[in-house]
Design a protein around this ligand. Sequence first.
Ligand code: R5P
Length: 293
Amino acid sequence: MPEQDTSAKTKEYYLDTPQECDRFFLKGSGNYDWGMKNRLARIFNPASGKTVMLAFDHGYFQGPTTGLERMDVTIRPLAPHADALMCTRGALRTLMNPEVPQAVVLRASGGPSILKDLSDERIAVSVEDALRLNASAVALQVFIGGTHETQSVHNMTSMVDACNRYGVPVLGVTAVGKELTRDARYIGLAARILAELGASIVKTYYVDDFETVTAACPVPIVIAGGKKLEELEALQMARDAIDRGASGVDMGRNVFQSDAPVAMIQAVRKVVHDGASAEEAFELYRELTSRGV
Ligand code: R5P
């Protein structure tokens, strides 16, 4: 039997104080339900509106990628510096500490290896397993212009339907086939299609005229790092992307293949969250490496 409210205190209804109406900080995300917003606010820092995701899902199609041969050794020290971990369920369950506070963006498409046509992917994780792993989002590759374009679009839209039942955001990854030109026209086409078909976040590559890509995409865009660059160059790419409307980075090789990955991810954070220039962030990188980080 619940106890009666016998408090002697006078009730206070704050009649002169209008109830606060929250405005959600993230582009295109104001009309989602609470759970979806809460998950997005775990991935994107509400203070800066940006995210540093650490991508280490490469093994799902290319096996033991350089830098990821032993993820327990190389990735675990990086995790505390990321806002979100983008990985497969296999890596998460076997190698990552469940006590980490970082959000998880779970790779949810796959199938072909580098030996086959990469565009021939299928859904590789159920929404139930993603929820069991406490994922804050799931990520699917979409191959606009690829041989299996429609199948990959269908993978994403099916997952959007499943995830919308539970308030889980879907990150659509634009994959650029070898034969496709990586320019603003193509990336803009792909990003827009993914957003219109239900992706809550789009991941793509940084290209010239990137501001036209972000302007025409109604959801946040994060950039992949791509092939390993010199550290200063990678930091400059992150700076340019943020200045041209990106909401963060989802970097892999440019972090874990760096000579000093822990220093590099902190330098990336300085660009993304603190508004630092590439040179200022590189200075931090050098200072950290000189201290053996
Ligand atoms: C690619 O298929 C994966 O989603 C990678 O996680 C992604 O490309 C980001 O990694 P990187 O920064 O190494 O390009």
